[in-house]
Unconditional design. Structure first.
Length: 763
């Protein structure tokens, strides 16, 4: 009994297996309760019939409070309506039934030892007996629900079985039938829904067929229903939240970056455990009220886990998105499914040899080993989160290994892998990358190609030996076409000067910056600008990340002897107009590039340097002839990527004097007047945080640039070996503005804040 809702036909009571007098009583109660406007008003009229049906001397019916903090019993004495309020606590019998969401039977309410065997905090409050002279003996409390697995809507509490003795299994069966009838009544009174997303269906935002299709995808793809509803159906998160609130009948709570979790409670808990369980203590203390955020408050097993892990005096529950729960726990970028796989490893004994099962990845297959599922899921989640790198870092001794994702240039801890299984995880990655799994003493490089929902994804793998064991970094390579030149976010000067320089038919143009600063993206945007049918363009790249029609692109293969110098020599025999060399990292490549640029070809390349002027001295240090280099160089673009403010939630404000002075100082007092800004007109923006940006306040990245054009004055300085400071000064006279200056202009435009600018560029 209790699996299905009590649904009668044509208004008649349902067949619930009752016969004789019991059936007659139930039918009478069914008609009265279903037809009543409010149960609290009806209770005095049907109480005697309920007691006869349940064979109890007294009863109390509790309903959930709207705030999710209490259960409330309402009763009348004369014309006055009174209330009994109980917190969700294991210290009362009804509170225990509400928290555990299961029936409880007590033979003798005054038997303290028997109560403590049920739960250490369970007590019987005898104050009513003392005031009234009534003597409580046997008790039974049953959670009120529409059906098993549905949210708890209240508690039916029975006192003293008629005729004496204890309540029996048969009595519990009748109590469950009555609790279910009350559950349907409360469900109607609360205007509740019969499913977590029925609210959305009723408003025409989605249909049941689509919901069923999403439900099948959730486990296979390791995503949440909220993710699919918001990302694919474009349903506002607030509507999804309202739907959950309508079903679970407790308040909804979004992630709030201003909330500080109670550290004294988190010390008692393992974060990986909480990520797998998908709940988190938000506020409170064990000696008082504890606020818990959970994604499914009707889950009986997790309710019991919460009480075991944090035995508080009373509990307050809030419903939240799984993504928000993980955000509080620092596990936002990856799914709870992945945390669950990591948790399963603790119960398994996996050896490296078990992993040699092929190299395909992309979807989770439950028939594969947990390690294989975990690596596949990690790649999927990282790609979905927009991560550029996956860092797998071994821990010291028996400490768990950490997995961090770099998203928008910032690393974020995503997962913990048990120390006993980190070698197995790394072996799986090495098998997929076709590396030597037996070699752990030297670095190795390889690549993984997988498919995610039919789309190919390439990862560059680097393993390195550390003092705590082998670690790995997986670079998620960007795929797709070139970014349009107009989308590079170049300043007006940089835009016009870049366009002028790349139209010159010969010479060398450099794009410089650290790893991950977007050099390849910028180069392909430049190539896209000049990619016309009358030009033959060859590229040598390692790896080829961005492809575009009209280019002949070559992937380097050093093991086969096809490296940058070899590619450049081959290109010169292949009638090129434009050549792209992935990087001028050595003397041979840089010499060949200069020679190509001096013989009528336009050459693009990159270098890892901090600024545009430093690039010149760095190349001269490789042994280039200063005169030839001075003639060949067209320009150098240095760049960085800065995290941008979320366009949905960034907050505007007027800068204070100190902040304004800082901006002027960063740009340079002698240059600032050229911006033609009035202090009173300037509005800056700061990070706030919303669902779109995962409450970080930042979403995406954009570039800041520093363009040095090789003018006649600079050519003379290069040829004579001038110092970097002298060349920088001359370049600025010629129109160059530094990375910091370009960044300050974009701060004033509201694209990002000063803090993010200073993370990537020095003053």
């Amino acid at each position: 009994m209790g699996q299905e809702a009590l649904k009668g036909k044509d208004g008649l009571p349902p067949d619930v297996g009752l016969i004789g007098h019991k059936k007659l009583l139930f039918n009478r109660l069914y008609a009265r309760i279903k037809g009543a406007i409010a149960f609290a008003e009806l209770l005095p009229e049907v109480e005697e019939t309920m007691l006869e049906f349940l064979q109890a001397s007294r009863l109390t019916v509790y309903q959930n409070a709207r705030d999710g903090q209490e259960i409330i019993a309402k009763f009348k004495t004369g014309q006055e309506l009174h209330e009994i309020r109980l917190s969700l606590s294991n210290s009362s019998i009804a509170g225990y039934a509400a928290l555990s969401q299961k029936p409880v039977r007590i033979d003798d309410a005054y038997d303290a030892d028997a109560l403590q065997k049920i739960h250490p905090q369970l007590r019987f409050n005898s104050s009513f007996d003392q005031r009234s002279g009534f003597t409580t003996s046997s008790m039974m409390a049953v959670p009120i629900k529409v059906k098993d697995g549905a949210p708890m809507l209240g508690v039916l509490q029975l006192i003293n079985k008629v005729g004496g003795g204890a309540f029996t299994d048969e009595d519990e069966k009748y109590a469950k039938i009555m609790a279910q009838l009350l559950g349907e009544k409360f469900h109607d009174e609360f205007e509740g829904t019969s499913g977590p997303h029925e609210y959305l269906i009723k408003r025409g935002l989605i249909d049941q067929e689509k919901l069923d299709a999403f439900a099948k995808r959730i486990k296979k793809e390791g995503v949440t229903m909220t993710y699919l509803l918001v990302s694919e159906m474009k349903i506002p998160p607030e509507m999804v939240a309202a739907s959950l609130e309508s079903y679970y009948q407790i308040p909804f709570m979004r992630y709030d970056p201003k909330i500080e979790l109670p550290k004294h409670l988190l010390k008692k808990l393992n974060l990986s455990y909480l990520r797998r369980q998908r709940w988190v203590p938000i506020a409170g203390d064990l000696d008082d009220e504890l606020v818990i955020l959970i994604d499914d408050p009707s889950d009986m097993n997790r309710q019991m886990e919460i009480q075991r892990a944090l035995p508080a005096k009373k509990y307050v529950f809030r419903i939240g998105f799984e993504e928000d729960v993980l955000q509080y726990l620092g596990g936002g970028p990856v799914s709870s499914y992945l945390h669950g796989l990591a948790g399963k490893l603790e119960d398994e004994n996996v050896e490296d040899e078990q992993l040699d099962e092929g190299v395909e990845a992309g979807e989770v297959n439950e028939n594969e080993s947990t390690v294989i599922q975990l690596v596949n899921r990690l790649i999927i989640d990282a790609a979905r989160a927009g991560a550029s790198d996956i860092h797998i870092e071994p821990g010291k001794g028996k400490l768990s290994s950490k997995v961090r994702l770099r998203i928008d240039g910032s690393c974020k801890e995503a997962l913990e892998v048990p120390s006993t299984h980190i070698r197995a995880v790394l072996s799986r990655i090495k098998i997929m990358a076709r590396l030597d799994i037996a070699e752990r003493r030297r670095p190795q490089d390889g690549k993984i190609v997988v498919k995610i929902r039919g789309k190919p994804l390439e990862l560059r793998v680097a393993t390195l030996p550390t003092v705590f064991g082998e670690g790995a970094v997986l670079r998620v390579l960007a795929s797709g076409g070139a970014l349009p030149f107009e989308k590079l976010n170049l300043s007006p000067y940089n835009y016009q000067e870049s366009e002028r320089l790349i139209q010159i038919p010969y010479g060398i143009f450099m794009v410089v910056g650290p790893t991950g600063s977007g050099k390849t993206t910028t180069l392909h945007a430049y190539l896209g600008r000049i990619n016309t049918p009358d030009k033959k363009i060859w590229t040598a790249e390692d790896p080829v990340e961005i492809t575009q029609p009209g280019l002949q692109q070559c992937q380097m293969d050093p093991k086969a002897g096809f490296d940058f110098p070899a590619a450049l020599r081959a290109f010169l025999r292949a009638d090129p107009d434009v050549i792209l060399i992935g990087e001028m990292r050595d003397r041979e490549t840089s010499h060949a590039g200069i020679e190509a640029s001096l013989t009528g070809h336009l050459v693009f390349s990159t270098l890892h340097t901090n600024s545009a002027p430093e690039t010149i001295t760095r190349l001269l240090d490789l042994g280039l002839d200063p005169l030839n280099f001075a003639d060949a160089l067209l320009g150098v673009l240095a760049q960085r990527l800065v995290r941008t403010l979320c366009g949905e939630c960034k907050q505007s404000y007027k800068p204070e004097d100190k902040e304004w002075e800082r901006l002027v100082s960063l740009y340079g007092e002698e240059y600032f007047p050229e911006l033609n800004l009035k202090r009173e007109d300037v509005i800056l923006y700061r990070a706030n945080g919303c669902g779109t940006c995962s409450k970080t306040g930042y979403k995406g990245r954009t570039g800041i640039h520093e363009l040095l054009s090789n003018t006649d004055e600079l050519k003379k300085m290069i040829a004579t070996g001038a110092k970097i400071a002298e060349m920088r000064e001359q370049a600025m006279k010629d129109g160059m503005r530094t990375l910091i200056q370009d960044g300050v202009v974009k701060v004033i435009k509201g694209q990002f804040d000063v803090q993010q600018l200073l993370k990537v560029a020095a003053e």
